[in-house]
Design a protein around this ligand. Sequence first.
Ligand code: HEC
Ligand code: HEC
Ligand code: HEC
Length: 110
Amino acid sequence: MISPNLVLKSITFTFLVSLMTLGFGAPVFAEDLSDNEVCLDCHADAEREPPSDPTRPQVHNPAGGFFVEDHADFSCIDCHDYIEDLEHEETAPGNEVDCLNCHDEVPVKE
Ligand code: HEC
Ligand code: HEC
Ligand code: HEC
């Protein structure tokens, strides 16, 4: 008799394989970039560096989440609007989030 556990395992395996095929094989099924979970798949345990301008408040909290609670209500791409697809390994670094997209003035550290 096949154990239910084994059946579960092979279902999971098949599911994972189809996920991989969808993710990497078929760009037709584009990922929803506004889904933060998609981003966090790769960026969850990234180092959270402070901004290059020391007078600007840091947005991400290195301990996880955001320093300002309101920022957690947004999609990653509301701020990182230069991310247009998941192939941004080369093109993303060096870009900066423009605070003025939402703020009247660039917030400064107190
Ligand atoms: C398949 C993995 C993967 C996914 C999914 C992914 N990224 Fe990235 N991202 C990378 C890699 C690799 C780099 C380049 C190395 C680095 O800076 O972390 C990068 C770089 C970046 C950078 C620049 C970091 C810097 O150092 O300046 C930003 C911002 C970013 N990604 C945002 C996002 C957002 C927003 C999403 C979701 C829409 C996302 N990423 C989804 C892999 C991924
Ligand atoms: C309110 C705007 C805002 C939102 C929302 C936001 N970011 Fe950022 N992000 C920034 C800013 C500003 C920086 C520059 C460093 C800082 O101030 O924390 C940054 C830096 C980064 C970096 C560069 C390296 C690092 O880790 O410090 C990555 C990667 C990144 N963000 C990914 C994401 C992902 C993934 C999400 C969604 C879960 C997200 N960001 C949501 C504003 C935002
Ligand atoms: C996608 C929209 C969005 C972007 C982009 C954004 N913020 Fe915000 N931020 C908000 C909202 C909404 C609030 C809460 C309402 C308010 O205080 O204006 C907020 C509040 C804040 C606060 C606390 C209140 C204050 O004004 O002092 C700080 C600090 C802050 N943001 C810093 C930043 C910095 C620094 C950047 C750019 C690196 C940035 N934000 C980019 C949406 C955004």
